[in-house]
Design a protein around this ligand. Structure first.
Ligand code: GLN
Length: 385
């Protein structure tokens, strides 16, 4: 049998999705893979029923149906601080997951270097490798996940073609400040690199933090490739609808990658999702209030376990320091939490480039009763192992 591609040897299967499978096997409450256990907004489900009966069952326009792109452009123009043209600035993709792969292949030639902050969302490294590029790592040091500006500049000076920025951060919960983003933009300008942002948690930011859109900073729009998704904002992770948003020249290139990867995102779902994009501002205020409540509820239990954790500023993940429990590594800890405590979290090492083995990542995108049930189980940890 011929050997499979060598580039795959440095990528492992997703630890997040593997943890979900183990959690299901043992009946643990799954706070590992980030998705809600509640239904999307009813208006969106009604729109889906209507779309199912409509003429939307063949390919949509490759880069996204006109109605969807127009609604999306209006929504980004309203909430994202820049005027977006539906015909020039957008490619609709199968989730931010495809968007990130498209961005990477649009920005990079084989052998190019891509800066990735560590800890990082696991797809970024895999996408870099699949694009034939190489990663340059810059640490975000726990517990505050700050970066060293000099270290970042040294990474750019190695000839980086792009930097990947997850903001608000998965798994860190870090919300990059305006000053940090301005520094990143200045370095990207100085070294002529793209900024690839991944912003699916843009509307989940907790007081007193605010989401600053990198693309809206002076001088940033032309070199920023935004990857984003409707998954988290509208609780539709299974719909797989996302987008790339960038300057017209970049979008012309990105359309080609997207066309040959997937042709297009599901047509009836794009049609239905127009309804979500037209939700009023109140929807986003309510979403933020809801996640603030879930966060407070879950963090209260974590405080009672006695385990240290980094309070998330945004997104819906918490990195919990399980070092005091004395496990040899976090994979054993994750197994023990699933089998003995009955709650699943992701082994933190899967997010770190450095050998860090004292974190589990939990998320709180769940109904209050699920978080209470998980929290009660987690309290058993305070008694030790
Ligand atoms: N973004 C989610 C997480 O980090 C879902 C991951 C996935 O399975 N794509 O958990």
């Amino acid at each position: 049998m011929p050997a499979t591609s060598q580039r795959l040897s440095s990528i492992s299967e997703s630890v997040i999705r593997n943890t979900t499978r183990t959690a299901n096997q043992y009946g643990a409450i799954n706070l590992a893979q980030g998705f809600p256990d509640f239904e999307p907004p009813p208006a969106l489900l009604d729109a889906l029923v209507v779309a199912a009966r409509g003429p939307f069952h063949q390919y949509a326009v490759t880069w996204g149906s006109a109605r969807f792109r127009e609604a999306l452009a209006r929504k980004i123009t309203r909430t994202g601080g820049v005027a977006i043209n539906p015909d020039e600035h957008l490619v609709v993709t199968c989730g931010s997951t495809e968007a990130m792969m498209v961005a990477m292949m649009t920005a990079c030639n084989p052998g190019d270097k891509v800066i990735i902050f560590s800890p990082f969302y696991e797809n970024y490294f895999a996408d870099t490798i699949l694009a034939g590029a190489e990663a340059i790592w810059v640490p975000l040091r726990p517990p505050q996940f700050a970066f060293d500006p000099d270290e970042l500049e040294r990474a750019f000076a190695q000839g980086a073609k792009a930097i990947v920025l997850c903001n608000p951060g998965n798994p860190t919960g870090k919300v990059f400040s305006r000053a940090e983003l301005e520094l990143i933009v200045a370095l990207a300008e100085k070294y002529d690199a793209f900024i690839i942002t991944d912003e699916p948690y843009e509307h989940m930011v907790y007081e007193p933090y605010e989401h600053v859109y990198t693309h809206a900073l002076p001088g940033a729009f032309e070199r920023t490739i935004v990857c984003n998704s409707l998954s988290k904002t509208y609780s539709i992770t299974g719909w797989r609808i996302g987008y790339v948003q960038a300057a017209p020249d970049v979008i012309r290139a990105a359309r080609k990658v997207h066309d040959f990867l997937t042709i297009g995102a599901a047509a009836p779902l794009q049609e239905a999702a127009v309804t979500a994009l037209e939700f009023p501002d109140q929807y986003y205020a309510d979403l933020r209030a809801f996640y603030s409540q879930q966060r407070a509820l879950f963090l209260d239990y974590l405080v009672r376990t006695g385990l240290p954790f980094t309070e998330p500023q945004g997104a819906y993940y918490v990195m919990v320091d399980i070092g005091a429990l004395g496990f040899e590594n976090d994979t054993d800890a994750s197994d023990w939490f699933i089998k003995t405590i009955g709650v699943a979290g992701v082994a933190g090492s899967s997010f770190f480039r450095e050998p860090v083995h004292n974190y589990l990542r939990f998320h709180f995108a769940k109904r209050a009763e699920t978080l209470h049930a998980a929290g009660e189980r987690l309290l058993a940890v305070s008694k030790g192992r």
